[in-house]
Design a protein around this ligand. Structure first.
Ligand SMILES: [Fe+2]
Length: 162
């Protein structure tokens, strides 16, 4: 299973509740410079069949990370995780892109065009960046660590029809 990302078959059923959580949140935590929510109570997440299955099997910690309008998250690969499963909560005109950056140079990119309410497995060992345009962006992200690789998580989701 090569590539940059994989869309899951089963949509998220708690997108509206997550949007409310972001709207009503007070007290942000900084994660990789981004204002984030790291929920302690996972009951809402357990009510989503896909997230519940992933929590039971891999125990990833759900995090909601935000970006302000007109901001850019620079090219990087994730230091502590092999892949993530993301769902865009708000910020439909942001651009998530994969590629191999060359400082000062020209290079091709592959865009991940998030569809509303859909989960994507991201190969975060590949270089990626995010450009946010006009509205606040919030993303749900579940991180996976070694020994689990991007291919393992893709295969698990396909086998379990997630
Ligand atoms: Fe990242």
């Amino acid at each position: 299973m090569e590539g940059f990302y994989h869309q899951l078959a089963t949509p998220c059923v708690i997108k509206d509740q997550l949007s409310e959580m972001v709207k009503n949140n007070r007290g942000w935590e900084l994660r990789y410079e981004l204002k984030s929510i790291v929920p302690r109570d996972l009951s809402l997440f357990q009510s989503d069949p896909v997230i519940d299955k992933l929590l039971k099997e891999f125990n990833p910690r759900p995090v909601i990370m935000t970006m302000e309008p007109n901001s850019f998250y620079n090219w990087h690969d994730d230091p502590n995780r092999t892949c993530s499963i993301n769902m865009l909560i708000t910020g439909d005109d942001s651009v998530c892109m994969f590629g191999t950056s060359r400082p000062g140079g020209y290079f091709k990119i592959n865009e991940l065009s998030y569809l509303p309410g859909r989960f994507y497995i991201l190969n975060t060992k590949e270089q990626h960046a995010v450009y946010n345009r006009s509205t606040p962006r919030a993303i749900l992200s579940l991180g996976f660590k070694l020994p689990y690789t991007y291919n393992d998580i893709v295969n698990f989701c396909i086998q379990n029809e997630l």
